[in-house]
Design a protein around this ligand. Structure first.
Ligand SMILES: Nc1ncnc2c1ncn2[C@@H]1O[C@H](COP(=O)(O)OP(=O)(O)OP(=O)(O)O)[C@@H](O)[C@H]1O
Ligand SMILES: [Mg+2]
Length: 318
């Protein structure tokens, strides 16, 4: 019996395949996880491993190929369009590049009000909500009549966050929300997201290719490789005992904030292969330092190495 009561979101055997001229692309291939209300799951992996597709399928912005998505206990893969419109307000997304997702012809005021207007909220009410939304994301009133190009990346991302918060959602997919920002501004935006989570009990799925970014935000971390989960665990446990060779390689690329502590960088051989018509066996095997014959023939299932910490690797799980 899944713990749907406790989890705000629970995903079971979720798949998203794309048909391409070269075959079936397994972008999301049997993903399972749950997020309790008010918590964050960090989703990490290299470019092309299926993070954004997963986020979009979970939000029902893309149809799933198979699997179930329980939001507040209800399977949202089965709902009608009216219900879906209602759910959309409760589930929002923040994008990586706020600049390309903001219309440059509109002022900050118009951009933040747009989703409210589309939902039929009258002008007077929108004008009432605007200062509050701007204050919530730390945008000064005087910026209401500015245009996106007049603002820095951090402020533009705050506009994206204000739009996502307009309907007071429960769940927000943050798709690389700080990857395009300068390091100094990244911390400000991350702190804002953390404050909002605390104030509003928000539940996040935080997508990043960078483990050091998800570390500070995530209660749980899922490491993806070519559409699949290779390791999933509570965040502290993952950093204390990274087990899958892929997770270890990702972690070895994270800089250590100490001059004394030296760390050997594990270089990954080759590049992420294509998830089109994947061969049997472990998808990471062609790049794995420890791969044996079995790894090329059979696919390892996720298995617990300690409570709540699962790894898909024949050589890691005894
Ligand atoms: N609409 C589509 N049609 C066909 N293939 C797609 C489509 N959208 C995504 N893909 C493919 O699905 C795979 C996963 O892509 P996705 O964008 O989800 O990866 P990602 O982990 O978010 O990468 P990045 O870090 O670059 O954002 C890729 O191989 C991509 O080319
Ligand atoms: Mg992406």
């Amino acid at each position: 019996m899944p713990d749907q009561e406790k989890a705000l979101l629970e995903v079971q055997h979720l798949k998203k395949y794309f048909q391409t001229p070269r075959g079936t692309l397994h972008a999301v291939d049997d993903i399972n996880f749950s997020i309790p209300k008010g918590q964050t799951i960090g989703v990490v992996g290299e470019s092309g491993c299926g993070k954004s597709t997963l986020g979009r399928v979970v939000l029902h912005l893309l149809d799933s190929t198979d699997g179930r998505i329980f939001f507040k206990g209800e399977d949202i893969t089965q709902v009608d369009n009216r219900k879906l419109r209602e759910l959309r307000k409760q589930m929002q997304i923040i994008f990586q590049d706020p600049y390309s997702s903001l219309d440059p012809r509109f002022t900050v005021k118009a951009i933040i009000e747009e989703p409210l207007e589309n939902a039929g909220i009258p002008r007077a009410k929108r004008r009432e909500m605007l200062p509050e939304l701007m204050a919530t994301v730390g945008l000064a009133d005087r910026l209401a009549d500015s245009y996106p190009h007049e603002l820095d990346g951090g402020r533009r991302q705050r506009i994206g966050i204000a739009r996502a918060l307009a309907f007071n959602p429960d769940f927000v997919v943050c798709d690389e929300p700080v990857s395009a920002l300068d390091v100094s501004i990244q911390a400000q935006v991350i702190n804002l997201l953390l404050d909002l989570q605390e104030q509003r009990g928000l539940t996040y799925m935080f997508i990043s290719h960078d483990l050091s970014v998800v570390k500070y935000l995530s209660h749980k971390i899922m490491v993806m490789y070519l559409g699949q989960t290779v390791e999933i665990s509570e965040s502290d446990e993952l950093f204390a005992h990274p087990t899958h060779p892929y997770t270890q390689a990702l972690l070895s690329a994270v800089p250590v904030p100490s001059v004394k502590k030296k760390k050997e960088r594990i270089l990954l051989k080759g590049e992420l292969t294509s998830p089109i018509n994947p061969k049997p066996g472990c998808r990471f095997a062609p790049r794995c330092l420890y791969a044996t014959e079995r790894c090329f023939q059979e696919q390892p299932a996720l298995a617990e190495v300690s409570p709540g910490h699962s790894v898909a690797c024949f050589n890691c799980v005894k």
